[in-house]
Ligand binder design. Structure first.
Ligand code: 5GP
Length: 173
């Protein structure tokens, strides 16, 4: 693949090791809850697929899609649900899997919306977090890596729908 000018921010081995740690932590916390794993498309698909393959407890999966940045690299401040969950979530434990928490707007909106459906509990796992950019707080219990305020791609994250399949994370300008 031809890559733009970039710097590797998180390498493949580092990702693998961290995913296993996170999966163990989640297994200890939610292993007896039969959680519904809610993958936020598209960016979280690789993180989610690596994570759940370490899960050694019963769980179910569903997928949601929210509007993202489109082709720009800054948020428009508007969150739309493009694909909703297939099943009701009343009294269920949810594990939301997100690619990256930036301002926190997307998660904030999503959690408020899902709470109206009366799940028993909502936990959140995000592969990346940019704490410096946070405007809306959400309790993200499981964070893969905290990164500086840079635009990154790879491991599910895209720039104009490209580079999602990179097995590591790079920063592009
Ligand atoms: P927030 O609502 O927290 O500001 O933004 C979350 C969404 O913005 C993420 O799910 C992701 O789609 C997008 N995003 C934020 N920062 C980055 C980044 O550095 N790279 C990519 N590819 N997407 C990002």
């Amino acid at each position: 693949m031809i890559l733009p000018e970039h710097e590797v921010v998180i390498g493949e081995d580092e990702i693998k090791a961290r995913i296993k740690e996170l999966a163990d932590e989640i297994s200890a916390d939610l292993g007896d809850k039969n959680p519904l794993v809610v993958v936020i498309l598209k960016g979280a698909f690789i993180f989610a697929s690596d994570l759940v393959r370490h899960f050694d407890f019963p769980y179910e999966m569903d997928f949601m899609s929210t509007s993202s940045y489109g082709s720009a690299t800054k948020s428009s401040g508007i969150v739309k649900i493009l694909k909703d969950l297939d099943e009701p979530i009343k009294d269920r434990t949810l594990l939301i899997i997100e690619d990256i928490v930036d301002t926190g707007l997307t998660l904030h909106y999503l959690v408020q919306m899902l709470k109206l459906r009366e799940p028993e509990r909502i936990e959140i796992a995000a592969f990346l977090s940019k704490p410096a950019r946070r405007k809306y707080s959400s309790e993200v219990k499981y964070i893969g890596f905290e990164i500086d305020d840079r635009f990154v791609v790879g491991y599910g994250l895209d720039y104009q729908q490209k580079y999602r399949g990179l097995p590591y994370v790079i920063a592009i300008e």
